[in-house]
Design a protein around this ligand. Structure first.
Ligand SMILES: Cc1cc2nc3c(=O)[nH]c(=O)nc-3n(C[C@H](O)[C@H](O)[C@H](O)COP(=O)(O)OP(=O)(O)OC[C@H]3O[C@@H](n4cnc5c(N)ncnc54)[C@H](O)[C@@H]3O)c2cc1C
Length: 418
């Protein structure tokens, strides 16, 4: 069978894949994106970061996203499950933050807007095609795929971008996935109406509620449709031997803060579960291959950074491929630079997530102080500022150092989860 040839092949039409496709197509490159599902399709991951907006503007997506009428998000709130303490970050107040607001999105709608946009930019998008194996032949990369009508085909490209999300197609094929030993989590979630939301702008905030060894998200997709989920240890879920709905109810009923928010709530769909294991591939690139978004690494979603990181890396991957195609080489050095930049971006969140599960982190985090503009630096990271330079870097180092100190000497009051 004769393989069709492209400048770039992309596996997956989530935010990472469709962003990469848009940038490549806009640069006049011949790009094929294969997506196994038919859009619109459900996807978890509904709270975006302010720095997504920059990418939306650059990609020309704003009119379509505004027309979709997504909820505006101006901040993020963090509370203890026993309602004894909480804090609010307002993005416009961050000294280092350049974007004052974000969006809360139903991913079925949002991902569809992005995929259609990629097709409109000139990318060839085929839905209902599942990619199987990839082979690197030196000057090209070939993928085998099957349509959902059972038709097999192979496609050849100068470069391959793996945006297969947690399916982690090429990382799994090469045995590169390393699962975080302490972050083997599971999420139990559903959509609700009648959830108690704040009035005015804070009504669009993401609300994170931390219990001792688990946490909830409250994401207002609309005033009458709120996404609520609980992230807990997979082992605890297994030990409970209860249906997901019962587990979910047991968990929120154990929290005074959640009881207040959910007192009149009604489930709109079904309680679902999904694995939530944090992992990273040992390499983000291979010969003529770049991994973006969750296909590079996935981390516990406390800070809602997944979609932003997918789009950020999708854009960088596209730029790397465009420059390499223009230079007419395999781009090995550019791919190495891509990996370094994406690793650096992910590192910030990875460290935040690892710390989040410790009590000293929560103690410092729930008492934001503007001394040395530390709270502003944290605010900027929460907004998606990945490349703020030295002024951000030293503040975040100091922030993590203060947490270490707090573990030994109480700089701020201790908290209790009881
Ligand atoms: C419980 C939970 C809550 C989350 N909450 C948030 C949040 O609030 N905010 C946030 O930003 N992120 C959140 N995330 C993370 C977010 O969902 C992801 O980081 C984001 O979707 C990554 O985008 P992506 O494009 O890399 O992958 P995906 O969005 O997963 O897209 C990958 C696409 O590839 C397709 N695909 C897979 N395999 C193949 C194949 N073999 N052939 C063809 N197509 C294939 C899939 O069908 C899919 O459409 C959450 C994640 C979890 C698990």
């Amino acid at each position: 069978m004769q393989a069709e040839t492209y400048d770039a092949l992309i596996i997956g039409g989530g935010p990472g894949g469709s962003s990469a496709a848009t940038y490549l197509a806009r640069a006049g490159k011949k790009v094929l994106l294969l997506e196994k599902e038919h859009f619109p399709r459900f996807h978890i991951g509904e709270s975006l970061l302010p720095y997504n907006q920059q990418l939306f503007r650059e990609m020309g997506l704003m009119p379509a996203l505004k027309a979709a009428g997504f909820t505006r998000k101006f901040g993020a709130q963090f509370h203890l499950g026993n309602a004894s303490k909480g804090t609010k970050f307002v993005f416009s107040r961050g000294r280092f933050t350049r974007e004052p607001e974000a969006m809360q999105v139903e991913r079925s709608k949002f991902d569809h807007v992005l995929l259609k946009h990629a097709a409109g930019a000139g990318a060839e998008v085929r839905e209902g095609w599942t990619v199987g194996k990839f082979t690197n032949t030196g000057d090209t990369v070939t993928i085998n795929a099957t349509s959902d009508t059972g038709q097999p085909a192979s496609f050849t490209g100068s470069f391959l971008i793996d945006a297969s999300g947690r399916g982690n197609l090429t990382g799994n094929q090469e045995g590169l996935r390393v699962i975080h030993p302490r972050l083997k989590k599971l999420a139990v979630f559903g959509h609700f109406e009648g959830v108690k939301l704040d009035d005015g702008d804070p009504g669009g905030d993401t609300v994170i509620v931390r219990l001792d060894n688990k946490w909830f998200w409250i994401i207002p997709l609309a005033r009458d449709k709120v996404s609520i989920g609980c992230v807990m240890d997979k082992d605890e879920f297994t030990r409970l031997k209860m249906p997901p709905t019962e587990v979910f109810n047991k968990m929120w009923e154990s929290s005074a803060y959640m009881r207040d928010r959910l007192q009149n709530a009604k489930l709109l769909n079904q309680i679902q579960t999904t694995g939530d294991f944090s992992y990273r591939n040992r390499r983000f690139v291979g010969p003529r291959l770049l991994r973006v978004g969750d296909a590079a690494g996935f981390m516990d979603p406390i800070f809602s950074a997944g979609v932003f990181l997918a789009m950020f890396s999708g854009k960088l991957a596209a730029q790397t491929v465009i420059e390499s195609l223009n230079a007419g080489d395999d781009g090995a050095r550019r791919l190495a630079a891509y990996e370094k930049r994406v690793q650096h971006g992910m590192k910030f969140y990875w460290e935040m997530v690892e710390n989040y599960y410790t009590t000293p982190f929560m103690e410092i985090f729930l008492e934001p102080r503007e001394k040395w503009n530390l709270a502003s630096a944290v605010n900027a990271v929460l907004a998606g500022e990945l490349e703020g330079g030295w002024s951000m870097r030293w503040r975040m180092r100091l922030f993590f150092w203060i947490i270490k100190l707090q573990a030994r000497f109480p700089l701020v009051p201790r908290i209790s989860f009881d």
